[in-house]
Design a protein around this ligand. Structure first.
Ligand SMILES: *[C@@H]1O[C@H](CO)[C@@H](O)[C@H](O)[C@H]1NC(C)=O
Ligand SMILES: *[C@@H]1O[C@H](CO)[C@@H](O)[C@H](O)[C@H]1NC(C)=O
Ligand SMILES: *[C@@H]1O[C@H](CO)[C@@H](O)[C@H](O)[C@H]1NC(C)=O
Ligand SMILES: *[C@@H]1O[C@H](CO)[C@@H](O)[C@H](O)[C@H]1NC(C)=O
Ligand SMILES: *[C@@H]1O[C@H](CO)[C@@H](O)[C@H](O)[C@H]1NC(C)=O
Ligand SMILES: *[C@@H]1O[C@H](CO)[C@@H](O)[C@H](O)[C@H]1NC(C)=O
Ligand SMILES: *[C@@H]1O[C@H](CO)[C@@H](O)[C@H](O)[C@H]1NC(C)=O
Ligand SMILES: *[C@@H]1O[C@H](CO)[C@@H](O)[C@H](O)[C@H]1NC(C)=O
Length: 742
């Protein structure tokens, strides 16, 4: 009820008076009455006096993934937000709320999403507004919240907290957040609160611009911010655009228009299966993002026991078994939601035997490098010196083979469109050494694919087989045994050899087993710093999907001794793989069942994701599923919504786009057609300058437009515009725009 209000300023006076109806969690000395300490694996002092406001503070030192967690004897869904003072060297913590009655947890909010600046030496006062959570801007879901958890990341965290209060109300100051030129004649103004739009004045090259109409849009799922589309009477030209309103000013240089042409007659079909993700959360997710293909895959699926409903996390989490959803039920709801399904078939010799066992109990293997912080008796399967511990697979597993697989697949009520023969089994020694201690060789991998694909096709004659789902560039060309294995196979790189072998098998058996050459692709450049240079690199890296002149900005670009093909430093992924297919097993399609945009939460990750979706259509990829499940409101999720959201989508045929001065580092333009209607996606990868493009052959008339990114933060915005002949299209910095002819 109190959730409509929003406070913008994060720099409150550190010592703020507690309002009568606020609920104090901590002020001095100890937790307030009614609050319990539910923390774990942390050293916590509730009366710390080394740094404090008032008389003391809470000092916290948490191990990896450990947390300060407090629970109320009661619930607090009625509060408007959480205010707290924090000091620390930008500690790596995330804040979430939970409701113990329904076992619900809110989205996890990274401290960095609340504030970029938290210092070790003094307190910063921060506020989480429950009507617009930091990061996405979405309201907190409805639940009987009763617990607050501040969890450290994988390297732990140290910090001080003080004056922790649930606030009863938050007062929104009306504010202009951004004003940007968009499309042919629109100034898009984002606002919070009840601003006065009449105070806006717009000048282009010193001349006042008249506004012909204004339309306003608030996204239903992030209603705290509003966008106002001010249509100007005349279209944009190059020059200085200045937008002022009260004390707000935005200034943009609209650059000289660049030209491009769109040839709708030069086209090829886009395979709709390129817009897939792994493990969509529910039917509404599939609709919102327009997910065409849903993959059941990843490391844990190697150990999936379909008869019991168990799996094992492998090296991702201390080789522990756990309960797992039923694949048949999963296919049923995925199909019901309108998405095709890609099911992974385990193809090693073991699957999980129950929901609780683990492969390296401390009782049997006391000397291990690490143990599960939540379950201290399950080890990581490594000796202190880092080498693998040989174990007994029967501790966590029961045997699995093609007979079991066929029995399972034959009994499925719901038939998937695709099956994958396991997941990245070339690195099973690393991910599952508890069930596959020795490195997987060329020959072993071929044999497992042939054996399990054979029973899959016997059980489901129309199923499409994708394999070998190889993890990365290194293993595309050799095996975990090493280069001696490549040498022993006529010095043929692994994937071309695999294609040759699958072609041979078809020739001898008369039946094609491999329908899609499936690979995983993670961009190799390191963009983890996420600074300006890393963001620009992330936006360039998509060139590795196609560009014959792009030397990869990673280890691939400097050395690649195990690749026997030309241009070892130039990935050129889609054309390269298509060439290998044409040379070694024509007729095979190409899929990428794991890839991602390098940072789901950063706008540049969202733009890289959108760029990739455009490239997949343009370069004729046959299927792709994102790893893993991008949040619907994250920039990566918005890239899917841009192309496909809610049944309004980019056309089914990719049409030719030619730019006079192409610059793929900073601009992406994709065009498609369906039912004679043009659709366009334009990406501006520049952090601070708009782009302006004029395309020949764009029909005049009304266009539906949606976009995300921009100066006010990523959000899903949409409106309708009218294009006239001769108009250019302006796209603001760090923005992706989708247009669909009406
Ligand atoms: C709170 O819980 C943590 C983690 O279990 C523990 O180390 C700490 O001593 C507890 N503090 C108090 C005051 O109970
Ligand atoms: C804006 O409208 C006024 C009054 O209708 C007109 O005099 C002026 O020329 C217009 N300016 C532009 C740039 O169109
Ligand atoms: C601008 O005006 C708004 C509303 O009047 C006010 O809340 C805000 O503090 C002002 N900002 C600056 C920078 O003066
Ligand atoms: C690592 O430690 C184990 C157990 O102590 C030992 O058996 C093994 O030989 C060691 N490996 C290396 C490479 O030192
Ligand atoms: C799979 O294992 C079962 C049980 O041990 C056995 O009966 C069956 O013959 C095996 N199938 C194959 C193909 O080895
Ligand atoms: C080995 O590879 C060469 C090409 O590098 C090819 O000409 C030859 O036929 C291959 N031999 C076998 C046995 O596959
Ligand atoms: C390798 O690079 C050269 C020069 O950039 C180019 O001409 C050639 O087509 C490339 N070959 C392949 C297989 O990509
Ligand atoms: C406002 O202007 C835009 C762009 O010129 C046009 O598409 C839209 O239909 C107009 N809206 C109204 C309500 O007149």
């Amino acid at each position: 009820m109190l959730h409509q209000l929003k406070l913008v300023s994060l720099t409150l006076a550190a010592l703020q008076l507690v309002q009568a109806d606020d609920l104090t969690i901590y002020q001095d000395g100890s937790l307030a009455a009614g609050w319990e300490n539910w923390s774990w694996s942390s050293t916590i002092d509730f009366a710390a006096t080394d740094l404090f406001l008032g008389t003391s503070s809470i000092s916290v030192t948490s191990d990896e993934w450990a947390a300060l967690s407090v629970k109320l004897e009661g619930t607090f869904p009625q509060y408007a937000g959480l205010r707290f003072d924090i000091a620390g060297a930008q500690p790596d913590i995330s804040i979430s709320f939970s409701a113990t009655d329904t076992d619900t947890t809110s989205p996890s909010i990274a401290l960095s999403a609340i504030s970029k600046e938290v210092n070790a030496d003094d307190f910063t006062s921060l506020l989480i507004d429950f009507s617009a959570l930091p990061g996405t801007g979405a309201p907190i879901p409805e639940a009987n919240w009763d617990r607050i958890t501040l969890q450290a990341g994988q390297n732990g965290a140290s910090y001080h907290l003080d004056n922790v209060v649930l606030v009863e109300s938050i007062v929104v100051q009306p504010e202009f957040l951004s004003a940007e030129p968009l499309a042919n004649n629109i100034v898009a103004v984002t606002t919070v609160g009840d601003v006065d739009l009449h105070s806006i004045s717009i000048k282009l090259n010193g001349k006042s611009m008249n506004i012909s109409n204004t339309t306003t849009y608030s996204p239903p799922d992030t209603p705290s911010k509003t966008i106002n589309y001010l249509s100007l009477r005349s279209s944009f030209v190059a020059g200085q655009l200045i937008i002022t309103a009260n004390n707000f000013t935005a200034e943009h240089t609209i650059p000289t228009v660049q030209s491009g042409s769109i040839q709708q007659s030069v086209k090829h079909p886009i395979n709709p299966h390129i817009y897939g993700v792994n493990f969509p959360t529910d039917a509404s997710y599939i609709d919102t993002l327009g997910v065409t293909l849903s993959r059941w895959g990843g490391n844990a699926e190697t150990a999936y026991n379909p008869f019991g409903g168990f799996t094992n996390a492998g090296a991702d989490w201390y080789f522990e078994n756990r309960a797992n959803d039923n694949a048949d039920d999963w296919i049923e709801w995925v199909h019901g939601a309108g998405s095709d399904a890609l099911l992974t078939i385990p193809a090693l010799d073991w699957v999980s035997k129950d929901a609780a066992s683990y492969s390296f109990p401390e009782s049997l293997y006391p000397e291990q490098q690490g143990f599960d912080p939540y379950n201290g008796v399950a080890g990581n399967g490594l000796f202190a010196n880092g080498s693998y511990i040989p174990n007994d697979p029967n501790l966590a597993y029961i045997p699995w083979n093609t007979t079991a697989a066929k029995q399972w697949l034959s009994g499925l009520k719901n038939t998937p469109t695709f099956v994958a023969i396991d997941n990245e089994i070339e690195i099973a020694r690393g991910t599952h050494h508890d069930m596959h201690f020795d490195p997987v060789s060329y020959d072993e991998e071929r044999q497992r694919v042939i054996d399990f694909a054979t029973v899959a096709k016997e059980a489901m004659p129309n199923v499409q087989v994708v394999a070998p789902s190889t993890c990365a560039w290194w293993f595309y060309w050799t095996s975990d045994v090493g280069l001696s294995d490549t040498a022993a196979h006529n010095n043929t790189d692994f994937l071309p050899w695999f294609l040759q072998e699958m072609a041979k098998h078809e020739k001898s058996s008369g039946r094609r087993l491999l329908d899609y050459l499936d690979i995983h692709y993670y961009f190799a450049p390191d963009t983890s710093a996420n600074d300006a240079a890393a963001k620009a690199l992330r936006l360039r890296a998509t060139r590795s999907f196609w560009d014959p002149s792009y030397v990869d900005e990673s280890w691939i670009g400097t050395s690649d001794p195990q690749n026997h093909q030309p241009n070892a430093t130039i990935v050129q992924l889609i054309p390269r793989m298509k060439t290998l297919i044409a040379e070694n097993y024509p007729g095979t399609k190409l899929s990428i069942s794991e890839w991602n945009g390098m940072n789901d939460q950063d706008i540049t990750g969202g733009l890289a994701t959108a760029d990739s979706l455009g490239l997949f259509g343009q370069y004729g990829l046959d299927a792709a599923t994102y790893w893993a499940t991008p949040d619907q409101l994250s920039p990566a999720g918005l890239a899917y919504w841009l192309f496909r959201g809610h049944g309004t989508y980019f056309g089914s045929s990719s049409v030719q786009v030619k730019l006079a001065n192409p610059d793929p580092d900073t601009v992406g333009v994709y065009a498609a057609t369906e039912n004679s209607k043009l659709s366009l996606v334009i990406l501006n990868k520049n952090p601070s300058t708009p782009i302006s493009y004029k395309f020949s052959n764009i029909p005049s008339g009304a266009y539906f437009m949606r976009h995300f990114g921009g100066a006010a933060g990523a959000a899903k915005w949409q409106t309708t515009i009218t294009l006239k002949g001769g108009d250019s299209l302006v796209v603001p910095p760090y923005t992706a725009v989708f247009l669909l002819q009406q």
